[in-house]
Design a protein around this ligand. Structure first.
Ligand code: NAD
Length: 498
């Protein structure tokens, strides 16, 4: 357990974090726990001037500071120290995450463990990734292809996994030798600011990682438009991703876009149906359904659909919805009241389109849930592919069920959305599993598993889910520029005839 600090007792108040120092502002915003209404954090409302100050610190450290110039071994050592500090403060970080997001503490602990694993893996990449030498161009001609840090990286992150999604970017960028300015979601900034504090404690120089909290239209747009920022790594909605692309256009900066999703779980009759029931429910209920890779659609073969839906309904009745610090909770609250209402509107819209509610479909207000923003885990059958519940990102614990008759139809339905982040296939037949996996248009396909992963495995989207990859060696390469150094030795053959 971490030492008892002022931070663990009730309200936490943060400034921005620039150049290794907490920077207070005159104006701030408040965050209430969406499950209990309790005031849990107060964040600085950053402005353009503060954002410029953070960018200037990161720029200075990149252009003149030691960090980009250290050996990979030294950067790896600092990242390993950061991983150890994340471990030391794990329970504090999990508590902050659970209270700000409204997610169950067990899941928040998983996010912290994942963040530690990512940081340790990024340290190994700092140590092992290197450029190439071309020695086969002739004895007098040698080519060096080096990988250089791409510069000052802007990072803009959403509210659903504030820590984990930051750590899919930050340790990889730091491993490459970049410096960074992050704007976390204005409602869940706590763990990002804690990481900034820990980075200093780990010996990462002041100014290498800076955080400015505040509104996307102020701080985020300033980072996107800045000519002093070389790359922007964004995770969030497709609409904001497009706005950021426009704001960044004049600066020609490099972009990485991790955007929305609408994953399908595709269940074939030859699946292990018991496993599939658990997996389909994990897919849609993980993180309250507020997950870019949520398996929000179930495509189920018509031969097993009735039995499968009965089994899902039995199992979903046992799922525990609870407040964030309830150790037994599987599913928590929606992020805020507007979002709760939007999720309920999607449910009503699907019913108006002719779909049938199998379970849930309503807000939960019983007992300890009180006035929290809870939606009952919901299963809706016979959702038509034209329905908004099928095509749009709902971001709630709502499973849209559609039946199919053939493998080709399953693939067509899965691909019939604008998004392409992830999908899951449930079949024990290797031909079915592999044929479907190859035809799905998504950055990730899970076979007989879902919302799975390892730091070594890259993730990212196609279509309107964005571009660029995070994690894995590819996630490190995103933060590097390839430079070619071409060297001739000896006396040159003249280009101009004498
Ligand atoms: P959002 O797009 O509303 O906000 C994301 C971030 O962008 C926030 O920090 C926000 O303040 C900032 N922002 C808002 N307007 C901005 C602007 N004009 N310029 C610059 N920055 C701006 O997303 P959200 O509601 O916080 O999170 C949910 C969304 O994130 C969902 O669409 C989800 O699919 C997506 N997401 C994607 C992934 C992925 O890996 N692909 C992962 C998690 C979440």
């Amino acid at each position: 357990m971490p030492p008892e600090t002022a931070i663990t007792k009730g309200l936490r108040t943060y400034g921005a974090f620039i150049d290794g120092t907490d920077v207070p502002t005159d104006s701030s915003s408040e965050r209430r726990n969406p499950a209990t209404g309790e005031l849990v954090a107060r964040f600085a409302a950053g402005d353009e001037a503060m954002t410029d100050r953070a960018i200037a610190a990161a720029r200075r450290e990149f252009d003149r500071g030691p960090w980009p110039r250290l050996s990979g071994a030294d950067r790896a050592a600092a990242l390993r120290r950061l991983a150890a500090l994340l471990q030391r403060d794990a329970e504090l970080l999990a508590t902050i995450e659970a209270e700000e997001v409204g997610k169950p503490i067990r899941l928040a602990r998983g996010d912290v463990a994942g963040s530690i694993a990512l940081t340790e893996y990024a340290a190994s990449l700092a140590l092992t990734q290197h450029g190439a030498v071309y020695s086969n161009l002739g004895e007098d001609f040698t080519g060096l292809v080096t990988r250089e840090p791409c510069g000052v990286v802007g990072m803009i992150t959403p509210w659903n996994f504030p820590l984990l999604l930051l750590m899919q970017k930050l340790p990889f960028a730091l491993a490459a030798g970049c410096t960074a300015v992050c704007k976390p979601s204005e409602i869940t900034s706590g763990t990002t600011l804690e990481v900034a504090r820990l980075a200093i404690e780990a010996g990462i120089p002041a100014g290498v990682f800076n955080v400015v909290t505040g509104r996307g239209s102020v701080v985020g747009e300033r980072i996107a438009a800045s000519f002093e920022v070389d790359m922007l790594s964004f995770t969030g909605s497709t609409a904001v991703g497009a706005a950021i692309t426009r704001a960044s256009a004049a600066s020609c900066k490099r972009l990485s876009m991790e955007l929305g999703g609408k994953a399908a779980s595709i269940v074939f009759p030859d699946a292990d149906l018991e496993d599939a029931v658990d997996g389909v429910l994990k897919g849609v209920l993980f993180n309250n359904g507020e997950c870019c890779v949520s398996g929000a659609r179930l495509l189920v073969h018509e031969d097993v659909a009735e039995d499968f839906l009965r089994a899902l309904a039995r199992r979903v009745a046992e799922i525990r919805v609870g407040t964030p610090l309830d150790e037994a909770a599987d599913v928590g609250a929606m992020i805020h009241e507007d979002h709760l209402e939007q999720v309920l509107r999607y449910i009503d819209g699907a019913v108006a389109d002719g779909a049938q509610i199998v379970s849930g479909g309503n807000r939960l207000t019983d007992g300890a849930l009180g006035d929290g923003y809870f939606v009952a885990p919901t299963i809706i059958d016979r959702v038509r592919p034209a329905s908004a519940l099928f095509t749009e990102e709902v971001f709630g614990p709502v499973l849209a069920v559609t039946r199919f008759a053939t493998l080709a139809e399953a693939v067509e339905l899965a691909n019939a959305v604008d998004f392409g982040l992830a999908n899951s296939v449930w079949s024990k037949n290797i031909d079915t599993a592999l044929q479907v996996s190859r035809r799905l248009r998504s950055g990730t396909v899970w076979v007989n598993t879902t919302i799975d992963g390892a730091p070594q495995l890259p993730g990212g989207g196609v279509k309107r889910s964005g571009y660029g990859r995070e994690m894995g060696a590819a996630g490190f390469e995103e933060f590097t520029e390839v430079k070619t150094i071409q060297i001739r030795t000896g006396k040159r053959d003249p280009f101009f005839v004498q």
